[in-house]
Design a protein around this ligand. Structure first.
Ligand code: MN
Length: 227
């Protein structure tokens, strides 16, 4: 069978002291910090984790200049810890989940909030609110063996020098191992999968011309400009 020649190639994320990481899929956790769940009008105590996806070519590297996306007047920032998997499986036990992790990175789950609110109201899918072009900025990955206790890390996002979001990874409702365990009951996880683990409170609008600076203790900063 003949193959069709295209200019397509896999998306990669830079790795600190390592070869580029080939991205297979991007899973995202919804409402995984209690304060953010509350700011979105939900009771965090009653919810199991839920997931949505972005296409892998939504990845944007740190230092990029991104066009303000089409079809929105309300682009929101969500700073998140990104978990990169080196192995996968189904029904992964929580105690073994860390063995699947290749490393961590700082990421942004960019969201067309107006489209998401409309989708919620109409009971429609979130894909076009979450999985649009350039919607998954991701800084270089640090291998897990070079990162300290990620639970103690401070996660923060500033825009034009002003802090908008700040929390501690330990405030995740569903920890990284719990998230991997739960997600692996829904799908078979694979090497190359990324998990955007959810955002703390303080999500807000981004304008053209804004400079976004995301940090997580021990990881390489994420810097993005919008034009
Ligand atoms: Mn998110």
């Amino acid at each position: 069978m003949n193959s069709i020649i295209t200019d397509w190639s896999p998306t990669t994320v830079e790795v600190v002291d390592g070869d580029p990481f080939n991205v297979r899929r991007i899973f995202c956790v919804g409402r995984n910090y209690a304060a953010h769940a509350r700011e979105m009008g939900h009771d965090p105590d009653r919810e199991l984790p839920f997931f949505f996806m972005k296409p892998f070519d939504a990845i944007v590297s740190s230092g990029s200049l991104i066009p303000y996306p089409s079809s929105t007047k309300e682009l929101h920032h969500e700073i998140e810890l990104v978990v990169a998997l080196k192995s996968g499986g189904s029904n992964i036990e929580e105690e073994l989940a860390n063995d699947c992790i290749y490393g961590y990175a700082v990421g942004l789950d960019m969201t067309r909030r107006d489209l998401q609110n409309e989708a919620k109201k109409l009971g429609r899918p979130w894909d076009m609110a979450k999985g649009f072009d350039n919607s998954a900025p991701c800084a270089p990955i640090h291998k897990i063996e070079n990162v300290g206790n990620i639970k103690d890390a401070v996660i923060q996002l500033s825009i034009n020098g002003q802090i908008r979001q700040k929390s501690i990874v330990n405030h995740l409702i569903w920890s990284v191992p719990e998230t991997i365990c739960y997600l692996s009951k829904l799908v078979e996880l694979k090497p190359g999968d990324l998990i955007y683990s959810g955002t703390p409170d303080g999500v807000d609008a981004v304008k053209a011309g804004d400079h976004l600076h995301g940090t997580i203790t021990g990881l390489t900063d994420l810097e993005i400009n919008y034009r």
